[in-house]
Design a binder for this molecule. Structure first.
Ligand SMILES: C[S@@+](CC[C@H](N)C(=O)[O-])C[C@H]1O[C@@H](n2cnc3c(N)ncnc32)[C@H](O)[C@@H]1O
Ligand SMILES: C[S@@+](CC[C@H](N)C(=O)[O-])C[C@H]1O[C@@H](n2cnc3c(N)ncnc32)[C@H](O)[C@@H]1O
Ligand code: SF4
Length: 414
Protein backbone atom coordinates (compact mmCIF):
# COMPACT_ATOMS: atom_id res chain seq x y z
CA UNK A 1 0.00 0.00 0.00
CA UNK A 2 2.87 2.33 0.86
CA UNK A 3 4.36 1.56 -2.53
CA UNK A 4 1.07 2.34 -4.23
CA UNK A 5 0.94 5.68 -2.35
CA UNK A 6 4.42 6.55 -3.55
CA UNK A 7 3.43 5.59 -7.08
CA UNK A 8 0.33 7.75 -6.92
CA UNK A 9 2.43 10.72 -5.84
CA UNK A 10 4.89 9.88 -8.61
CA UNK A 11 1.96 9.89 -11.05
CA UNK A 12 0.90 13.35 -9.89
CA UNK A 13 4.49 14.62 -10.15
CA UNK A 14 4.97 12.98 -13.54
CA UNK A 15 1.67 14.47 -14.69
CA UNK A 16 2.91 17.97 -13.81
CA UNK A 17 6.24 17.47 -15.59
CA UNK A 18 4.52 16.02 -18.64
CA UNK A 19 2.09 18.93 -18.65
CA UNK A 20 4.97 21.44 -18.62
CA UNK A 21 6.72 19.55 -21.42
CA UNK A 22 3.59 19.47 -23.48
CA UNK A 23 2.99 23.17 -22.99
CA UNK A 24 6.46 23.75 -24.38
CA UNK A 25 5.88 21.38 -27.27
CA UNK A 26 2.31 22.49 -27.74
CA UNK A 27 2.90 24.98 -30.51
CA UNK A 28 4.84 22.43 -32.49
CA UNK A 29 2.61 19.43 -32.04
CA UNK A 30 -0.74 21.03 -32.41
CA UNK A 31 -2.49 24.25 -33.02
CA UNK A 32 -5.58 23.05 -31.25
CA UNK A 33 -4.71 20.83 -28.30
CA UNK A 34 -8.34 20.51 -27.25
CA UNK A 35 -9.65 19.27 -30.59
CA UNK A 36 -11.59 15.99 -30.48
CA UNK A 37 -9.01 13.82 -32.21
CA UNK A 38 -6.48 14.65 -29.51
CA UNK A 39 -8.67 13.55 -26.63
CA UNK A 40 -9.54 9.98 -25.78
CA UNK A 41 -10.72 7.56 -23.16
CA UNK A 42 -8.41 4.65 -22.35
CA UNK A 43 -9.57 1.09 -21.65
CA UNK A 44 -7.18 -1.40 -20.02
CA UNK A 45 -8.07 -5.11 -20.12
CA UNK A 46 -6.89 -7.40 -17.32
CA UNK A 47 -7.61 -10.85 -18.77
CA UNK A 48 -7.41 -13.10 -15.71
CA UNK A 49 -10.07 -14.45 -13.34
CA UNK A 50 -10.06 -16.76 -10.35
CA UNK A 51 -12.83 -18.93 -11.72
CA UNK A 52 -15.02 -19.09 -14.81
CA UNK A 53 -18.55 -17.82 -14.17
CA UNK A 54 -21.20 -19.98 -15.80
CA UNK A 55 -22.60 -17.23 -18.06
CA UNK A 56 -19.53 -15.28 -19.12
CA UNK A 57 -17.89 -15.27 -22.54
CA UNK A 58 -15.70 -12.22 -22.05
CA UNK A 59 -12.03 -12.57 -22.93
CA UNK A 60 -10.76 -14.10 -19.71
CA UNK A 61 -8.39 -16.88 -18.66
CA UNK A 62 -7.96 -18.85 -15.45
CA UNK A 63 -4.18 -19.09 -15.12
CA UNK A 64 -2.11 -21.35 -12.86
CA UNK A 65 -0.02 -18.32 -12.03
CA UNK A 66 0.17 -14.85 -13.50
CA UNK A 67 3.46 -13.37 -14.65
CA UNK A 68 2.39 -10.01 -13.37
CA UNK A 69 5.65 -8.14 -13.96
CA UNK A 70 5.64 -9.20 -17.62
CA UNK A 71 1.97 -8.34 -18.05
CA UNK A 72 2.48 -4.96 -16.36
CA UNK A 73 5.42 -4.12 -18.58
CA UNK A 74 3.46 -5.09 -21.73
CA UNK A 75 0.42 -3.04 -20.71
CA UNK A 76 2.68 -0.04 -20.11
CA UNK A 77 4.44 -0.54 -23.45
CA UNK A 78 1.19 -0.91 -25.38
CA UNK A 79 -0.30 2.19 -23.74
CA UNK A 80 2.78 4.20 -24.72
CA UNK A 81 2.67 2.88 -28.29
CA UNK A 82 -1.03 3.52 -28.88
CA UNK A 83 -0.85 6.97 -27.29
CA UNK A 84 1.98 7.81 -29.68
CA UNK A 85 0.25 6.33 -32.75
CA UNK A 86 -3.00 8.12 -31.98
CA UNK A 87 -1.38 11.48 -31.20
CA UNK A 88 -3.74 11.72 -28.22
CA UNK A 89 -2.76 14.59 -25.96
CA UNK A 90 -5.32 14.29 -23.23
CA UNK A 91 -6.78 11.15 -21.65
CA UNK A 92 -10.15 11.97 -20.17
CA UNK A 93 -10.98 8.67 -18.46
CA UNK A 94 -9.32 5.35 -17.74
CA UNK A 95 -11.25 2.10 -17.24
CA UNK A 96 -9.61 -1.05 -15.87
CA UNK A 97 -11.92 -3.86 -16.95
CA UNK A 98 -11.71 -7.56 -17.42
CA UNK A 99 -11.52 -10.34 -16.52
CA UNK A 100 -10.98 -9.39 -12.91
CA UNK A 101 -8.72 -6.34 -12.64
CA UNK A 102 -9.20 -6.25 -8.87
CA UNK A 103 -6.94 -9.35 -8.84
CA UNK A 104 -4.10 -7.30 -10.35
CA UNK A 105 -1.79 -5.62 -7.92
CA UNK A 106 -2.36 -1.92 -7.19
CA UNK A 107 1.27 -1.48 -8.23
CA UNK A 108 0.32 -2.52 -11.78
CA UNK A 109 -2.54 -0.02 -11.88
CA UNK A 110 -0.23 2.73 -10.59
CA UNK A 111 2.48 1.87 -13.15
CA UNK A 112 0.00 2.15 -16.04
CA UNK A 113 -1.41 5.47 -14.81
CA UNK A 114 2.09 6.79 -14.33
CA UNK A 115 3.06 5.81 -17.90
CA UNK A 116 -0.08 7.48 -19.27
CA UNK A 117 0.61 10.64 -17.27
CA UNK A 118 4.13 10.76 -18.65
CA UNK A 119 3.02 10.28 -22.24
CA UNK A 120 0.04 12.62 -22.27
CA UNK A 121 -2.05 14.92 -20.13
CA UNK A 122 -3.98 12.98 -17.50
CA UNK A 123 -6.03 15.56 -15.60
CA UNK A 124 -6.06 15.22 -11.82
CA UNK A 125 -9.86 14.85 -11.85
CA UNK A 126 -9.84 12.21 -14.62
CA UNK A 127 -12.35 9.39 -13.96
CA UNK A 128 -10.35 6.22 -13.23
CA UNK A 129 -12.63 3.19 -12.83
CA UNK A 130 -11.70 -0.30 -11.71
CA UNK A 131 -14.02 -3.31 -11.96
CA UNK A 132 -13.94 -5.09 -8.62
CA UNK A 133 -15.34 -8.51 -7.78
CA UNK A 134 -16.84 -8.83 -4.30
CA UNK A 135 -14.69 -10.66 -1.76
CA UNK A 136 -15.03 -11.45 1.90
CA UNK A 137 -12.09 -9.15 2.75
CA UNK A 138 -12.31 -6.08 0.51
CA UNK A 139 -10.83 -3.40 2.77
CA UNK A 140 -7.10 -2.96 2.34
CA UNK A 141 -7.00 -3.92 -1.34
CA UNK A 142 -9.64 -1.36 -2.30
CA UNK A 143 -7.86 1.35 -0.40
CA UNK A 144 -4.56 0.38 -2.09
CA UNK A 145 -6.27 0.82 -5.48
CA UNK A 146 -7.40 4.25 -4.31
CA UNK A 147 -3.81 5.13 -3.41
CA UNK A 148 -2.76 3.92 -6.87
CA UNK A 149 -5.06 6.47 -8.53
CA UNK A 150 -8.41 4.69 -8.93
CA UNK A 151 -11.32 7.01 -8.03
CA UNK A 152 -14.37 5.02 -9.17
CA UNK A 153 -15.33 1.39 -8.58
CA UNK A 154 -17.68 -0.82 -10.56
CA UNK A 155 -18.70 -3.76 -8.41
CA UNK A 156 -19.92 -6.97 -10.06
CA UNK A 157 -22.58 -7.76 -7.51
CA UNK A 158 -24.87 -9.59 -10.03
CA UNK A 159 -27.47 -10.78 -7.52
CA UNK A 160 -28.38 -10.55 -3.84
CA UNK A 161 -29.59 -14.15 -3.77
CA UNK A 162 -27.06 -16.84 -2.81
CA UNK A 163 -28.77 -19.55 -4.87
CA UNK A 164 -28.59 -17.35 -7.96
CA UNK A 165 -24.97 -16.50 -7.23
CA UNK A 166 -24.19 -20.22 -7.12
CA UNK A 167 -26.03 -20.77 -10.38
CA UNK A 168 -23.90 -18.03 -11.91
CA UNK A 169 -20.73 -19.69 -10.59
CA UNK A 170 -19.72 -16.64 -8.56
CA UNK A 171 -17.09 -16.99 -5.86
CA UNK A 172 -18.87 -14.63 -3.43
CA UNK A 173 -22.04 -14.58 -1.37
CA UNK A 174 -24.65 -11.81 -1.22
CA UNK A 175 -23.27 -10.79 2.15
CA UNK A 176 -19.71 -10.53 0.71
CA UNK A 177 -21.14 -8.32 -2.03
CA UNK A 178 -22.86 -6.00 0.45
CA UNK A 179 -19.72 -5.82 2.58
CA UNK A 180 -17.60 -4.95 -0.47
CA UNK A 181 -20.16 -2.34 -1.49
CA UNK A 182 -20.14 -0.75 1.97
CA UNK A 183 -16.36 -0.67 2.03
CA UNK A 184 -16.24 0.77 -1.49
CA UNK A 185 -18.69 3.54 -0.55
CA UNK A 186 -16.65 4.40 2.50
CA UNK A 187 -13.52 4.76 0.35
CA UNK A 188 -15.04 6.24 -2.84
CA UNK A 189 -18.19 8.09 -1.73
CA UNK A 190 -20.49 8.96 -4.65
CA UNK A 191 -18.30 7.03 -7.11
CA UNK A 192 -19.37 3.42 -6.77
CA UNK A 193 -21.40 1.53 -9.36
CA UNK A 194 -23.01 -1.89 -9.05
CA UNK A 195 -23.91 -4.39 -11.80
CA UNK A 196 -27.15 -6.31 -11.19
CA UNK A 197 -28.24 -9.04 -13.59
CA UNK A 198 -31.80 -9.88 -14.57
CA UNK A 199 -33.58 -12.52 -16.63
CA UNK A 200 -31.82 -15.54 -15.11
CA UNK A 201 -33.34 -19.01 -15.57
CA UNK A 202 -36.13 -19.57 -13.02
CA UNK A 203 -35.96 -15.93 -11.87
CA UNK A 204 -39.37 -14.37 -11.15
CA UNK A 205 -40.34 -10.71 -11.35
CA UNK A 206 -41.46 -10.18 -7.74
CA UNK A 207 -38.39 -11.62 -5.99
CA UNK A 208 -36.05 -9.84 -8.43
CA UNK A 209 -37.77 -6.50 -7.74
CA UNK A 210 -37.37 -7.14 -4.02
CA UNK A 211 -33.63 -7.63 -4.63
CA UNK A 212 -33.48 -4.35 -6.48
CA UNK A 213 -35.34 -2.54 -3.69
CA UNK A 214 -33.03 -4.14 -1.11
CA UNK A 215 -30.06 -2.97 -3.18
CA UNK A 216 -31.41 0.59 -3.06
CA UNK A 217 -30.85 0.56 0.71
CA UNK A 218 -27.14 -0.12 0.15
CA UNK A 219 -26.12 1.27 -3.21
CA UNK A 220 -24.43 4.49 -4.14
CA UNK A 221 -25.31 6.74 -7.11
CA UNK A 222 -24.82 4.37 -10.08
CA UNK A 223 -26.57 1.13 -11.00
CA UNK A 224 -26.21 -0.98 -14.18
CA UNK A 225 -28.94 -3.52 -14.97
CA UNK A 226 -27.73 -6.24 -17.34
CA UNK A 227 -30.11 -8.74 -18.81
CA UNK A 228 -28.53 -12.18 -19.06
CA UNK A 229 -27.42 -13.07 -22.57
CA UNK A 230 -27.11 -16.83 -22.93
CA UNK A 231 -23.74 -17.09 -24.64
CA UNK A 232 -22.87 -20.14 -26.74
CA UNK A 233 -19.97 -22.03 -25.20
CA UNK A 234 -20.79 -21.14 -21.59
CA UNK A 235 -21.84 -23.66 -18.94
CA UNK A 236 -25.19 -21.95 -18.54
CA UNK A 237 -25.88 -22.20 -22.27
CA UNK A 238 -25.19 -25.95 -22.18
CA UNK A 239 -27.33 -26.43 -19.07
CA UNK A 240 -30.26 -24.74 -20.79
CA UNK A 241 -29.67 -26.53 -24.07
CA UNK A 242 -29.60 -29.92 -22.34
CA UNK A 243 -32.75 -29.13 -20.38
CA UNK A 244 -31.04 -29.10 -16.98
CA UNK A 245 -32.31 -25.53 -16.56
CA UNK A 246 -35.29 -23.77 -18.14
CA UNK A 247 -34.55 -21.15 -20.79
CA UNK A 248 -34.96 -17.63 -19.40
CA UNK A 249 -38.36 -16.22 -20.31
CA UNK A 250 -37.85 -13.05 -22.41
CA UNK A 251 -41.26 -11.65 -21.46
CA UNK A 252 -40.43 -11.96 -17.76
CA UNK A 253 -37.08 -10.31 -18.40
CA UNK A 254 -38.82 -7.44 -20.21
CA UNK A 255 -41.18 -7.04 -17.25
CA UNK A 256 -38.29 -7.03 -14.76
CA UNK A 257 -36.57 -4.41 -16.84
CA UNK A 258 -39.60 -2.14 -17.17
CA UNK A 259 -40.49 -2.43 -13.48
CA UNK A 260 -36.84 -2.00 -12.50
CA UNK A 261 -36.58 1.21 -14.53
CA UNK A 262 -39.63 2.58 -12.73
CA UNK A 263 -38.22 1.67 -9.30
CA UNK A 264 -34.91 3.37 -10.08
CA UNK A 265 -36.65 6.43 -11.52
CA UNK A 266 -38.69 6.79 -8.35
CA UNK A 267 -35.49 6.57 -6.34
CA UNK A 268 -34.15 9.59 -8.23
CA UNK A 269 -32.00 7.83 -10.83
CA UNK A 270 -31.75 9.13 -14.36
CA UNK A 271 -31.69 6.39 -16.97
CA UNK A 272 -28.99 7.83 -19.17
CA UNK A 273 -28.45 4.67 -21.20
CA UNK A 274 -30.37 1.47 -21.82
CA UNK A 275 -28.67 -0.38 -18.95
CA UNK A 276 -27.31 2.51 -16.90
CA UNK A 277 -28.84 4.65 -14.18
CA UNK A 278 -27.25 7.47 -12.21
CA UNK A 279 -28.27 10.05 -9.66
CA UNK A 280 -26.50 13.16 -8.44
CA UNK A 281 -24.79 13.39 -11.83
CA UNK A 282 -22.74 10.21 -11.26
CA UNK A 283 -22.76 9.10 -14.92
CA UNK A 284 -19.82 7.09 -16.19
CA UNK A 285 -17.93 9.51 -18.39
CA UNK A 286 -15.85 6.64 -19.79
CA UNK A 287 -18.83 4.76 -21.18
CA UNK A 288 -20.42 8.04 -22.25
CA UNK A 289 -17.44 8.61 -24.54
CA UNK A 290 -18.17 5.28 -26.29
CA UNK A 291 -21.85 6.11 -26.73
CA UNK A 292 -21.03 9.56 -28.10
CA UNK A 293 -18.58 7.98 -30.56
CA UNK A 294 -15.62 9.72 -28.98
CA UNK A 295 -12.14 8.30 -29.37
CA UNK A 296 -10.99 5.49 -27.11
CA UNK A 297 -7.84 3.44 -27.01
CA UNK A 298 -8.06 -0.20 -25.93
CA UNK A 299 -4.99 -1.82 -24.46
CA UNK A 300 -4.51 -5.36 -23.19
CA UNK A 301 -5.58 -8.72 -24.65
CA UNK A 302 -8.84 -8.48 -26.57
CA UNK A 303 -9.35 -4.77 -25.92
CA UNK A 304 -10.84 -2.75 -28.71
CA UNK A 305 -10.59 0.91 -29.57
CA UNK A 306 -11.66 3.60 -32.02
CA UNK A 307 -9.27 6.33 -33.05
CA UNK A 308 -7.70 8.21 -35.92
CA UNK A 309 -4.07 7.09 -36.28
CA UNK A 310 -1.71 9.98 -36.90
CA UNK A 311 0.01 8.41 -39.88
CA UNK A 312 1.08 10.50 -42.82
CA UNK A 313 -1.99 11.47 -44.74
CA UNK A 314 -4.39 9.36 -42.70
CA UNK A 315 -7.65 10.92 -41.59
CA UNK A 316 -9.63 7.75 -41.16
CA UNK A 317 -11.09 6.58 -37.89
CA UNK A 318 -10.21 2.95 -37.27
CA UNK A 319 -11.65 0.16 -35.16
CA UNK A 320 -8.72 -1.69 -33.63
CA UNK A 321 -8.79 -5.02 -31.83
CA UNK A 322 -5.92 -6.39 -29.81
CA UNK A 323 -4.87 -10.05 -29.89
CA UNK A 324 -7.06 -12.11 -27.58
CA UNK A 325 -4.76 -14.68 -26.01
CA UNK A 326 -2.55 -13.12 -23.28
CA UNK A 327 0.68 -15.07 -23.98
CA UNK A 328 0.55 -14.39 -27.72
CA UNK A 329 -0.44 -10.78 -27.08
CA UNK A 330 2.59 -10.37 -24.77
CA UNK A 331 4.96 -11.77 -27.40
CA UNK A 332 3.57 -9.35 -29.97
CA UNK A 333 3.90 -6.39 -27.62
CA UNK A 334 7.51 -7.34 -26.89
CA UNK A 335 8.23 -7.60 -30.63
CA UNK A 336 6.25 -4.67 -32.04
CA UNK A 337 5.32 -2.47 -29.08
CA UNK A 338 1.65 -3.40 -29.47
CA UNK A 339 -0.54 -6.44 -30.00
CA UNK A 340 -3.00 -4.98 -32.48
CA UNK A 341 -4.52 -7.90 -34.35
CA UNK A 342 -7.01 -6.08 -36.56
CA UNK A 343 -7.29 -2.59 -37.97
CA UNK A 344 -10.56 -1.81 -39.68
CA UNK A 345 -10.85 1.58 -41.37
CA UNK A 346 -14.40 2.80 -40.87
CA UNK A 347 -16.22 4.08 -43.94
CA UNK A 348 -19.04 6.64 -43.89
CA UNK A 349 -21.71 3.96 -43.67
CA UNK A 350 -20.06 2.18 -40.74
CA UNK A 351 -19.58 5.51 -38.96
CA UNK A 352 -23.21 6.38 -39.50
CA UNK A 353 -24.25 2.98 -38.12
CA UNK A 354 -22.15 3.54 -35.02
CA UNK A 355 -23.48 7.04 -34.46
CA UNK A 356 -27.05 5.75 -34.71
CA UNK A 357 -26.58 2.56 -32.68
CA UNK A 358 -24.60 4.26 -29.91
CA UNK A 359 -26.63 7.47 -29.78
CA UNK A 360 -29.95 5.62 -29.58
CA UNK A 361 -28.73 3.83 -26.46
CA UNK A 362 -28.65 7.11 -24.57
CA UNK A 363 -31.31 9.46 -23.34
CA UNK A 364 -29.92 12.36 -25.36
CA UNK A 365 -30.26 10.42 -28.60
CA UNK A 366 -28.35 11.35 -31.72
CA UNK A 367 -26.64 14.59 -30.85
CA UNK A 368 -25.07 17.19 -33.05
CA UNK A 369 -21.74 16.24 -31.46
CA UNK A 370 -22.21 12.54 -32.11
CA UNK A 371 -23.21 13.06 -35.70
CA UNK A 372 -20.11 15.16 -36.30
CA UNK A 373 -18.25 11.81 -36.42
CA UNK A 374 -20.22 11.15 -39.56
CA UNK A 375 -20.45 14.63 -40.94
CA UNK A 376 -17.28 16.06 -39.51
CA UNK A 377 -15.11 15.48 -42.54
CA UNK A 378 -11.68 13.97 -42.62
CA UNK A 379 -10.77 12.13 -39.48
CA UNK A 380 -13.74 13.47 -37.58
CA UNK A 381 -11.20 15.82 -36.09
CA UNK A 382 -13.86 18.20 -34.91
CA UNK A 383 -15.45 15.58 -32.72
CA UNK A 384 -16.44 16.65 -29.27
CA UNK A 385 -18.33 14.57 -26.80
CA UNK A 386 -21.74 15.77 -25.66
CA UNK A 387 -22.10 16.87 -22.08
CA UNK A 388 -23.45 13.89 -20.12
CA UNK A 389 -25.29 16.31 -17.86
CA UNK A 390 -27.54 17.33 -20.77
CA UNK A 391 -30.86 15.67 -20.16
CA UNK A 392 -33.22 16.11 -23.06
CA UNK A 393 -34.63 12.60 -23.51
CA UNK A 394 -34.70 12.04 -27.26
CA UNK A 395 -33.06 8.65 -27.72
CA UNK A 396 -32.99 5.74 -25.30
CA UNK A 397 -33.81 2.70 -27.30
CA UNK A 398 -35.28 1.74 -23.94
CA UNK A 399 -38.52 3.26 -25.12
CA UNK A 400 -38.83 0.10 -27.16
CA UNK A 401 -39.02 -2.58 -24.47
CA UNK A 402 -38.56 -5.48 -26.86
CA UNK A 403 -35.47 -4.02 -28.40
CA UNK A 404 -33.83 -3.10 -25.15
CA UNK A 405 -34.88 -5.84 -22.82
CA UNK A 406 -34.11 -8.61 -25.26
CA UNK A 407 -31.11 -7.35 -27.14
CA UNK A 408 -29.53 -4.27 -25.72
CA UNK A 409 -29.08 -4.54 -21.96
CA UNK A 410 -25.44 -5.44 -22.32
CA UNK A 411 -22.37 -3.34 -22.16
CA UNK A 412 -21.08 -1.63 -25.28
CA UNK A 413 -18.16 -4.03 -25.58
CA UNK A 414 -20.26 -6.82 -27.02
C1 LIG B 1 -17.33 -9.20 -17.80
S1 LIG B 1 -17.68 -8.63 -16.20
C2 LIG B 1 -16.15 -8.06 -15.65
C3 LIG B 1 -16.19 -7.58 -14.23
C4 LIG B 1 -15.94 -8.58 -13.14
N1 LIG B 1 -15.07 -9.63 -13.50
C5 LIG B 1 -17.22 -9.18 -12.61
O1 LIG B 1 -17.49 -10.33 -12.91
O2 LIG B 1 -17.93 -8.50 -11.91
C6 LIG B 1 -18.61 -7.11 -16.42
C7 LIG B 1 -20.09 -7.27 -16.29
O3 LIG B 1 -20.63 -7.81 -17.46
C8 LIG B 1 -21.87 -8.41 -17.14
N2 LIG B 1 -21.98 -9.66 -17.93
C9 LIG B 1 -21.00 -10.55 -18.21
N3 LIG B 1 -21.49 -11.59 -18.94
C10 LIG B 1 -22.81 -11.32 -19.12
C11 LIG B 1 -23.87 -12.03 -19.79
N4 LIG B 1 -23.67 -13.19 -20.41
N5 LIG B 1 -25.09 -11.45 -19.78
C12 LIG B 1 -25.31 -10.27 -19.18
N6 LIG B 1 -24.35 -9.59 -18.53
C13 LIG B 1 -23.12 -10.10 -18.50
C14 LIG B 1 -21.87 -8.71 -15.65
O4 LIG B 1 -22.91 -8.00 -15.01
C15 LIG B 1 -20.53 -8.18 -15.18
O5 LIG B 1 -20.60 -7.48 -13.97
C1 LIG C 1 -19.75 -4.45 -18.62
S1 LIG C 1 -19.35 -2.72 -18.61
C2 LIG C 1 -19.49 -2.44 -16.89
C3 LIG C 1 -19.53 -0.98 -16.63
C4 LIG C 1 -20.07 -0.64 -15.29
N1 LIG C 1 -21.45 -0.98 -15.15
C5 LIG C 1 -19.84 0.84 -15.00
O1 LIG C 1 -20.77 1.61 -14.91
O2 LIG C 1 -18.67 1.23 -14.91
C6 LIG C 1 -17.63 -2.65 -18.86
C7 LIG C 1 -17.14 -1.47 -19.69
O3 LIG C 1 -15.76 -1.72 -20.03
C8 LIG C 1 -15.50 -1.32 -21.34
N2 LIG C 1 -15.02 -2.52 -22.04
C9 LIG C 1 -15.24 -3.80 -21.69
N3 LIG C 1 -14.60 -4.65 -22.50
C10 LIG C 1 -13.92 -3.88 -23.39
C11 LIG C 1 -13.04 -4.18 -24.48
N4 LIG C 1 -12.76 -5.43 -24.82
N5 LIG C 1 -12.51 -3.16 -25.16
C12 LIG C 1 -12.81 -1.89 -24.84
N6 LIG C 1 -13.63 -1.56 -23.81
C13 LIG C 1 -14.19 -2.53 -23.11
C14 LIG C 1 -16.74 -0.69 -21.84
O4 LIG C 1 -16.61 0.69 -21.53
C15 LIG C 1 -17.81 -1.31 -21.00
O5 LIG C 1 -18.92 -0.51 -20.92
S1 SF4 D 1 -18.10 -12.49 -15.05
FE1 SF4 D 1 -16.23 -11.48 -14.37
S2 SF4 D 1 -15.35 -12.88 -12.84
FE2 SF4 D 1 -16.84 -14.05 -13.96
S3 SF4 D 1 -15.64 -15.07 -15.55
FE3 SF4 D 1 -16.51 -13.19 -16.44
S4 SF4 D 1 -14.95 -11.66 -16.18
FE4 SF4 D 1 -14.42 -13.38 -14.81
Amino acid sequence: MALAGVRARAWAAAAKIAQRQRRAEGAERSRSPESGSQRAALYVHWPYCEKRCSYCNFNKYIPRGVEEAAMRSCLVTEAQTLLRLSGVQRVESVFFGGGTPSLASPHTVAAILEAVAQATHLPADCEVTLEANPTSAPGSRLSAFGAAGVNRLSIGLQSLNDTELQLLGRTHSASDALQTLAEARRLFPGRVSVDLMLGLPTQQVGPWLRQLKELLHHCDDHVSLYQLTLERGTTLFTQVQQGALPAPDPDLAAEMYQEGRAVLREAGFRQYEVSNFARNGALSTHNWTYWQCGQYLGIGPGAHGRFVPQEAGSHVREARIQTLEPDIWMKEVMLHGHGTRKRIPLGKLELLEEVLAMGLRTDVGITHQGSSVFLGGPGCAGLTVADPAASTPRGLAAESPLLCARRMTRCSCT
